[in-house]
Design a protein around this ligand. Structure first.
Ligand SMILES: NC(=O)c1ccc[n+]([C@@H]2O[C@H](COP(=O)([O-])OP(=O)(O)OC[C@H]3O[C@@H](n4cnc5c(N)ncnc54)[C@H](OP(=O)(O)O)[C@@H]3O)[C@@H](O)[C@H]2O)c1
Ligand SMILES: [Zn+2]
Length: 338
């Protein structure tokens, strides 16, 4: 008789998260089965829950998955049973399209997304393609590693590619799952780090995480506050508010970049005149490939960057998701399976 596992799945677009019993999946050629130990709950799981992309339901969300390899499929040579690994948003690539042939796997035309293209980590087991795996550094717990597979790699990998130099003013808007890690990375990279949030609530925590400045958007215009500090080299936006993005551009200094991480569909109002005179730009960034995740985890271990997690059992996945969506979580919600 097939062995069973518990999984939290979404039945249909805009459906509820329900814990069900399913057969434990078998890895096919080039795939591995992971016994999941922890999975982070990311705001992007709303894509699966709400059905914002074409998705085949029922679907198990979760793209911050960490566990041990329990079984390898035929043709898997790079991995073996027992290894401590993670799977992030980038859940596999074709290896054959123009992007893959030039080594740019993150823009693969047939990129698979864990928890969207196939069942993700809100479950006791998961099957993933071998190229989607990242090694967890020795001594790092699964709970600590999980949020680094999306919130971590997205902020670390984008920020390290923005061209800012130690001492530059770098602002992080939104202190949630991504933002609280971004503040730590920015500060460890040696940037003068400004945290931008709504209300005074998170000030003490932001300073504890390494912020040097705190900007409360309810107390005044954040762009003016940034200009008083000399203008930002980078403003990382983790919320998806286009009107706020339009406002924040005014906080950039010369050659500054507004880095968009939170995805929104509304147009951003910008004045080209002010952008031209200061030579500023707006840039988007998708998380990264598994090698970027490995480097994120290694840097986090080295520099002491740690996600602050609220841990829930898999049975309470729906509550855990609501906690993140309602902005009550301080700061990442993580499901623990074993
Ligand atoms: N680019 C990528 O590859 C990538 C990867 C992962 C996630 N994402 C996206 O990044 C975003 C953040 O994800 P997350 O998991 O960090 O979410 P989260 O924990 O909910 O944090 C988002 C933060 O944004 C702020 N915020 C929320 N609504 C806002 C509004 N209307 N106006 C201004 N600020 C607002 C809040 O911070 P304050 O309370 O401090 O104001 C909130 O804590 C999501 O849109 C997610 O889909 C993108
Ligand atoms: Zn994510």
């Amino acid at each position: 008789m097939a062995r069973k596992m518990k999984a939290a799945q979404v039945q249909k677009a805009d459906g509820t998260l329900e814990v069900v019993e399913r057969e434990i999946p078998e890895p096919g050629p080039g795939q591995v089965r992971i016994a999941v130990e922890a999975c982070g709950v990311c705001h992007s799981d709303a894509i699966t829950k709400e059905g914002w992309m074409p998705i085949q339901y029922p679907r198990v969300p979760g793209h911050e998955v960490v566990g041990r390899i329990e079984r390898v499929g035929t043709g898997v040579t790079a991995w073996k049973e027992g290894q401590h690994v993670g799977v992030g948003w980038h859940g596999g690539h074709c290896g054959q399209c123009v992007a893959c042939r030039s080594g740019d796997f993150v823009t693969c035309e047939k990129q698979q997304i864990c928890g969207i293209s196939y069942d993700g980590g809100y479950a006791e087991y998961l099957v993933a393609p071998q190229e989607a795996l990242a090694r967890v550094p020795e001594g790092m717990s699964s709970e600590d590693a999980a949020p680094l597979l999306c919130a971590g790699v997205t902020t670390y990998n984008s920020l390290r590619n923005m061209g800012a130099r130690p001492g530059d003013l770098v602002a992080v808007q939104g202190i949630g799952g991504l933002g609280h890690l971004a503040i730590q990375y920015a500060s460890k990279f040696g940037y003068r780090t400004a945290a931008i949030s709504r209300g005074a609530d998170k000030k003490a925590l932001a300073m504890e995480l390494g912020a040097h400045e705190y900007i409360d958007t309810e107390k005044g215009k954040p762009a003016e506050a940034l200009q008083k500090l000399g203008g930002a080299r980078v403003i990382m936006m983790t919320a998806s508010s286009s009107s706020l993005a339009g406002e924040l551009i005014g906080g950039l200094g010369r050659n500054g970049t507004l880095l968009l991480l939170g995805a929104g569909s509304e147009p951003i109002p910008v004045s080209s005149l002010s952008m031209i005179s200061k030579r500023t730009r707006i840039q988007g960034w998708p998380s990264g490939v598994p090698q970027d995740s490995q480097e994120t985890m290694a840097f986090s271990a080295l520099a002491g960057v740690r996600s602050r997690n609220e841990v829930f059992p898999l049975d309470r996945a729906a509550e855990a998701y609501e906690r993140m969506m309602s902005n009550k979580a301080r700061f990442r919600v993580v499901l623990k399976m074993r």
